[in-house]
Design a protein around this ligand. Structure first.
Ligand SMILES: CC(C)(COP(=O)(O)OP(=O)(O)OC[C@H]1O[C@@H](n2cnc3c(N)ncnc32)[C@H](O)[C@@H]1OP(=O)(O)O)[C@@H](O)C(=O)NCCC(=O)NCCS
Length: 181
């Protein structure tokens, strides 16, 4: 949808919309470790994403970003955001702009979906990287659902980016009506 995959070593990497994104796909990018995103310590249960964007180099999947439209309350406002998750780049090709590339394609698609903002959760060391990509840390409390109807405060950093020029984020606490993405 966003171009064809690079299939020659010299070709510039391009992003494709992936028909599916399986555990094997994730392992192709990040390997078979049991905590590829370094968030297992939170003990949180996460939602799979709905739409998937990927970069292939020489036929190998090396980068991914996922999207999921989510109902939320921000302060008194009931709305929706585009959740972004599963951002991953293979260790041997990091630092070459592939996260920037795959996120840009995911956000291009997110802009067609209606919600005014995209939201993601990350470990504190990644805040400067996402800021560099145009995201801002949220300093309000963010509540997310967990199995068994528990409502918990998100222990990771929440990052937000507008999807439209006119987007204005309501003030107040954020409450996801779902597991986090
Ligand atoms: C986080 C991750 C996706 C980054 O992938 P990447 O391909 O190396 O990122 P990019 O090369 O696209 O870098 C994105 C931008 O952040 C910048 N950047 C990188 N590290 C930075 C830092 N510590 N501080 C500020 N900016 C930083 C880069 O310079 C680049 O900006 P530029 O294009 O203007 O130069 C990758 O390290 C990864 O997969 N980690 C493991 C999984 C994970 O933790 N995913 C995040 C889930 S929230």
């Amino acid at each position: 949808m966003f171009g064809i995959s690079a299939n020659q070593p010299s070709a510039a990497p391009t992003v494709t919309r992936l028909a599916r994104y399986t555990k094997a796909d994730l392992e192709e990018i990040l390997g078979t470790g049991d905590d590829p995103f370094g968030v297992a310590g939170t003990g949180l249960t996460w939602l799979p994403k709905e739409d998937h964007f990927g970069v292939r180099l020489d036929g190998r999947l090396v980068a991914h970003a996922g999207l999921l439209r989510m109902p939320v309350a921000i302060g008194d406002v009931e709305t929706e955001v585009m959740g972004v998750g599963g951002v991953a780049v293979a260790p041997d090709v990091r630092g070459r702009g592939l996260a920037r590339l795959v996120l840009a394609a995911a956000l291009d698609h997110a802009r067609t979906q209606g919600p005014e903002h995209a939201l993601l959760f990350c470990r504190p060391p990644l805040v400067p990287l996402y800021q560099r990509l145009g995201w801002h840390p949220l300093d309000t409390e963010v509540l997310v659902e967990q199995p068994g109807s528990a409502l918990v405060t998100m222990p990771l950093r929440t990052m937000v980016t507008p999807l439209h020029d006119t987007a204005r984020l309501p003030a107040g606490r954020v409450r996801l009506y779902s597991l986090p993405m």
